[in-house]
Design a protein around this ligand. Sequence first.
Ligand code: F0G
Length: 454
Amino acid sequence: ERIPLEMHKVRIVQKLNLVPIERRLEAIRAAGNNTFLLRNRDIYLDMLTDSGVNAMSDRQLAAMMESDDSYAGSETYAKLEEKIREIFGTEYFLPVHQGRAAENIISRVFVKPGTIVPMNYHFTTSKAHVVLNGGTVEELLIDEGLAVTSTHPFKGNLDVGKLEALIKTHGAERIAFVRVETGTNLIGGQPHSLANLREVRAVCDRHGVMLVFDASLLADNLYFIKTREPEAANLSLREITRIIADMADVLYFSARKLGCARGGGICTRNQDHYMKMRELVTLYEGFLTYGGMSIREIEALTVGLDETMDEDMVSQGPQFIEYMVNDLDRQGVPVITPPGGLGCHLDAMRFLDHVPQTQYPAGALASALFLVSGVRGMERGSVSEQRDAEGNETYSNMELLRLAMPRRVFTLSQVKYAVDRIVWLYENRALVGGLRFVEEPKLLRFFFGKLETT
Ligand code: F0G
């Protein structure tokens, strides 16, 4: 057994609670079986997301103390802009308050009614913003990407044959931009390769189409390129990052995931693109030297981006996830393989094969796991989809329970506790029934929706 080693030590701690199962039952009932509606006080291990909950380093905390606060022209912002230029090589930067704010601005500027945004796979907020602006999303993931168990090292790759065909059918002028999401979230944090990105870029060049890169999960994807793609074995993370960034017309990220802080940003080398997006930052986010972020967060982000270029830092998440996935796999629990980034993903369709997709198996599994363990995961299945224009359900390709691994937050014994409880639940899976909505919001229903057992 390969034990992942932490290349950091814990110096500030937060007390956790493990409340009795009776309390957990009350809590999950009150939350309408939606783990988004639970309170932290009832949760033992919060594996809902890595967003905004990664551990901060001593260097980040120190940097936050020396921030230069001002509405316009702060030195803190100048440092971030310089770091972005150093790491991504992009001349222009627009700060935003988080990733979806970048998606709002990019979609408002580049998505016109009737246009298409091809992508390797959608993310909830990225799709919502494209659709809100009258565009449609076309998912062009390689077929292997949807195979729940696989040994393909890069299941997040975009199928360039499908991209060529789509452009041929609709014409390049209908394509708003091609979006590549690194560390493809909703299919289990699965990476794309450098080689694939190069092929996508070549197709975009041939047809004069813009390439937008969602780098929110860049840290994990860098690790996988470095460890799984032979051509990158001898490259530093900085070199790999530059190769990637040099291929994007626009690169954006959620700094809640990348850089271990808050906020987000849009980077580009193209002055024209920059000018088109700039005024929307002042309209929706804040002045150009903070964009909705606090100055302290900007300091932490600058340091966090720098630390993301450190292999010891970047490898912790994927190695813990690999340990968890392999341990569950060995014990027969259905998980997404190969292990990806972001978290360990349970395959609810096989885990609860007696619960039909119409009864939201991933939602049911999220609720049951919280009840038996105090571990909070996130439903990433049909509850996270939205109904089509006619009001019909759009069932997701995969029904996943995501158990996110916030970077440098949990110890290995906590991971082992989660594994132990998941194995118990799998052995007793017949106890778990399906769910139906009792309150179903129209937009992004997974955030506030309430469900009851069928
Ligand atoms: N793009 C990707 C790939 C993401 O994973 C997220 C957020 C966003 C964009 C939006 O960024 O939250 O800062 O507005 N993912 C979080 C998650 C919410 O839990 O997976 P945001």
